[in-house]
Design a protein around this ligand. Structure first.
Ligand code: BGC
Length: 908
């Protein structure tokens, strides 16, 4: 028995295990080794591959031994994969003594169709759909004749849509994907999805059917009442069913003029407004063979350019959880108020009992209650109302094409046991009162189906709740694209929000595929408009938002976000792909800033939603927006230099490094100069320190002290918005003011992170005071209860409070450097790095600090614990202890700070 474990988690690119329809001809491979002797370091690896050619059915096999210590995103060692090729690999690794590990289990993937392999046409309903406000979502279908002998056959369904689609084969839904094909600039890039439908098919007669809906493509979406037909006037389905029989023959059925169409039972289907399903209008058996579609209409074929078809990089949206209501309160006949205990994105599944035909059960959603009722003003023009109309029998139903952001729901019109109710759901005939039995209603949590990769714990339950809130805001807003919020009439891919949140997100979930995919969209929109719009995909921005505005913090997603993802994953391919986008952004802003390198012209959002800004003017922050813009320019130029360096392009790296130095010097001259009042706000100081813009030595010391003083003077209330919040604790800690950083983090005085928790938050709010301290909702327009940006402090929890951070890309080297404080007696974090699980946990007991860690095989770590000289460790578990005196500076429950270290900190 060898001592090195067989590799596991063998993975292609960032795809799920067994992924179908991948786009890469040469997918990079990664693997993990769960355990190995202390002196193990990978000397070589061997990949045994088998490729079954889709074209011929023939299998080729081979293997490659590569002398390399790499195990993350290594180059594909086999032959190029063509369309439909299925690949299976096994991996083993060699120890320094020459001994080989056992082989890993097989990992598989399958390439999708290339643009030239599509024979399908984009087909849509062939009848007059009527006015868009009242048109019914269409159904499409066709009969499919297959050979009599399907023994040993395999079947793939490749599908995409203009609009949203859900496909059924022989009456059974295909896959679990929701909101397919998600949201991209459809005319530039339309993603296709591949399903294994072998089990759905039977010899001879079959049928295939599709539900279609408006979705982002042509439904009402966006600002000021929204825009219809953003991408076109016609929805359509593009589907190609390929059945390969044992003898290698391929039977292909595509969307073409043989399909039939009819209005379906969804009389309303809108992402913002919700959905109405009228069960009376459902044609029984419509997606099964033998259904009589004589009264249906021929479909219409829409012109379509197959060259825009592409495979997704990330996972689709799926239901990842079900939440049962924690309380159900009857509020009237057949009416109930449900609390799911957790703000989230999703929709309800109802098990509606038998009722008289025409009974309407209605569901409304809200994030918060006011005076015991749903509070919906903050949804603005998103009706978020779903309805099901009974056909008489009991039915189980959930919306197909809508999603809401909510914690509470009101269900009305619920039938009593006599089952009679008026069609409005309000007038009811006598019978036993309606009750909502357990299981009748659950909420289906929907978001991109990413793997969880990060966890945090601490001795303070409020801090743990804050961290949970960050996780839930991530889950609620990673819905195919990274959105600002899941509930109101926005739900857009705001670039600034994800720019500040990406490091946190990359720790908590495997967001790489999804964000890499969205960064392609950023690139597409940037080319279209000549700059990085404030949200992508771009849609009409109403009277205010323009796609050609150059906005710092937001546009910096082009440079900073790919690099943050690279830091977490070591994916140089992503950096390479986004390089022209990142360079174009930096070059453009350098140009805008002009020869003095200070970006002090044009409209800026600055430190958006700084708590001092009035509710009606979230841009009116304390910090000069051009200071924020210039600080971010310095940061982006420096990040671009590092990007070029990581790609081995030294000349460009040196050029941007020089420019970064020049912008830094310009920033110093304009803003840091001895007593510039602009550099006196919390955000200004925090940005200057965190981005390395304040000269080392005395100026840095002074700026740190001034920042700490501001934080103390504010009574440990937060004074930062989207720009300052992600860096304020870091800037304090890095300049020797850890106690102030903890005091701010753990303060319960509003505005603060824990004041949100005290007011019952279960997600991170858009603004510090989305709910005012008296429990009423902030009257401002920007009042979402589920925005992740201010949750970016969780990155500091992971890196500094727990002490787990990458020291080199992909965590190949780790920095384990917890900085206990704030009266916490323990904390810790775990992260599934590309190499496997890394963890660190510390506790203070009996005058001693003990730090325990685990470093995955393939990594080394630098351990830096207060009171102990830093040292290096290899993979495996370890621990170290040091004497510990709990600091005098203890944060009281009310957020004030007891005398001690804080009180004696220097004041300037
Ligand atoms: C969004 C934000 C976004 C901002 C731009 C808001 O409406 O919800 O999160 O970044 O506009 O300033």
């Amino acid at each position: 028995m060898t001592a090195v474990a067989a590799p596991d988690h063998v993975r292609f690119e960032h795809h799920e295990p067994g992924a179908l329809g991948i786009g890469e001809a040469a997918p990079r491979l990664s693997w993990q080794v769960s355990h190995a002797p202390a002196d193990y370091a990978q000397r070589a690896y061997e990949v045994a591959w088998e490729v079954t050619r889709g074209a011929s059915g023939r299998t080729e096999a081979g293997h490659a031994v590569v002398h390399s210590a790499d195990q993350v995103l290594v180059p594909w060692p086999g032959p190029e994969l063509a369309a439909r090729d299925a690949v299976s690999v096994r991996v083993r690794v060699q120890a320094p003594d020459g001994e080989w590990s056992p082989w890993s289990a097989r990992a598989t993937a399958e390439r999708g169709l290339g643009a030239g392999d599509w024979r399908a046409a984009m087909v849509g309903p062939g009848y007059d759909e009527g006015p868009r406000e009242t048109r019914r979502a269409p159904l499409l279908r066709r009969e499919v004749d297959l050979p009599r002998d399907l023994e040993g056959a395999t079947a793939r369904l490749h599908v995409t849509a203009h609009g949203l689609a859900q496909v059924e084969v022989n009456g059974v839904r295909v896959g679990r994907d929701e909101l397919l094909p998600g949201w991209t600039p459809y005319h530039e890039r339309l993603r296709t999805f591949t399903f294994d439908v072998t089990e759905h098919l039977r010899p001879g007669a079959n049928a295939i059917g599709a539900w279609l809906a408006d979705g982002w493509f042509r439904g009402r979406f966006g600002f000021e009442g929204g825009t219809w037909d953003i991408y076109g006037e016609h929805v359509g389905l593009l589907a190609q069913l390929e059945v390969t029989t044992r003898d290698g023959e391929r039977h292909v059925v595509v969307t073409d003029d043989a399909w039939r169409s009819a209005p379906g039972p969804l009389t309303r289907a809108s992402l913002y407004d919700g959905e109405t399903f009228d069960a009376r209008l459902l044609p029984a058996g419509w997606s099964e063979s033998g259904f009589d579609d004589a009264a249906w209409h021929p479909v219409v074929t829409h012109p379509f350019d197959a060259s825009v078809l592409a495979a997704p990089d990330g996972p689709p949206v799926r239901c990842t959880d079900e939440l049962a209501p924690v309380t159900v309160t009857p509020t009237g006949p057949g009416r109930f108020l449900l609390d799911f205990g957790q703000n989230h994105s999703g929709h309800l599944r109802l098990r509606v009992p038998a009722a008289s035909a025409g009974t309407v059960v209605r569901v409304r959603h809200a994030e918060v209650l006011q005076d015991g009722d749903l509070y919906t003003r903050t949804l603005r023009e998103a009706a978020s109302t779903d309805e099901v109309v009974s056909a008489g029998e009991a039915l189980e139903w959930e919306p197909r094409f809508t999603i809401h952001g909510f914690r509470y729901a009101e269900v009305s019109g619920w039938p009593g046991s006599s089952g009679s109710s008026g069609s409005s759901g309000s007038s009811r005939s006598p019978g036993s009162p309606a009750t909502l039995p357990p299981g009748a209603v659950v909420s289906r949590v929907l978001h991109s189906d990413m793997a969880r990769t990060g966890w945090f714990h601490a001795s303070d339950p409020d801090l743990e709740r804050l961290h949970d809130n960050v996780v839930w805001s991530l889950r609620s807003n990673f819905v195919d694209i990274p959105t600002d919020c899941p509930q109101r009439d926005e739900r857009l891919g705001w670039t600034g929000d994800i720019q500040v949140f990406a490091p946190t997100a990359a720790f908590l979930y495997d967001v790489h595929g999804m964000l890499a995919d969205w960064l392609r969209t950023l690139d597409i929109e940037q080319r279209r408009f000549g700059t990085v719009p404030v949200y992508v995909p771009w849609i009409p921005g109403g009277r205010f938002w323009q796609p050609t505005w150059d906005i710092a913090v937001w546009g910096d997603a082009a440079t900073v976000t790919p690099f943050d993802l690279f830091t977490d994953s070591a994916d140089t391919g992503l950096l390479e792909r986004q390089l022209s986008s990142a360079t174009a952004w930096v070059d453009r802003v350098l140009d805008l800033a002009g020869p003095d390198h200070v970006w002090d012209t044009g409209m800026q959002l600055g430190d958006w939603l700084d708590p001092s800004a009035p509710p009606e003017d979230p841009m009116r922050a304390t910090t000069d927006p051009h200071l924020v813009a210039t600080a971010y320019l310095a940061r982006s130029v420096a990040v671009l230099a590092r990007t070029y360096a990581a790609l081995g392009r030294d000349a460009e790296a040196a050029r941007y490094e020089r420019l970064a130095g020049e912008v830094r010097a310009a920033y110093q001259e304009r803003y840091v100069g001895s007593s510039d009042p602009l550099h006196r706000s919390t955000t200004a100081l925090a940005l200057g320190l965190a981005f390395g813009l304040v000269p080392d030595g005395e100026p840095r010391h002074r700026a740190g002290a001034r920042l700490a003083q501001l934080v103390r003077e504010s009574g440990y209330r937060v004074a930062t918005g989207f720009a300052g919040t992600p860096v304020v604790t870091q800037a304090l800690a890095d300049t020797g003011h850890l106690a102030e950083a903890y005091a701010l983090l753990l303060s319960h005085r509003s505005p603060s992170w824990l004041a949100m928790v005290d007011l019952g938050a279960t997600t991170i709010w858009e603004r510090w005071d989305s709910m005012l301290t008296d429990g009423t909702v902030n009257p401002g327009d920007m009042t979402s209860f589920n925005h992740y940006a201010l949750g970016s402090v969780a990155d500091w929890l992971h890196r500094v409070v727990a002490g787990l951070a990458p020291a080199s890309p992909g965590y190949r080297t780790l920095r384990l450097a917890p900085r206990p404080g704030g009266g916490l007696t323990c904390a810790g974090a775990r992260h599934l790095t590309p190499y496997g699980e890394a963890s660190v946990a510390w506790e203070i007991a009996d005058g001693e600090l003990t730090v325990r860690w685990h470093v995955p095989v393939g990594c080394t770590a630098e351990v830096d614990v207060p009171g102990v000289a830093p040292f290096a460790v290899g993979h495996g578990a370890g621990e170290v202890s040091a004497p510990w005196v709990l600091s005098d500076a203890v944060v009281r429950v009310d957020g004030s700070v007891a005398d001690g270290e804080l009180a004696t900190a220097p004041t300037l």
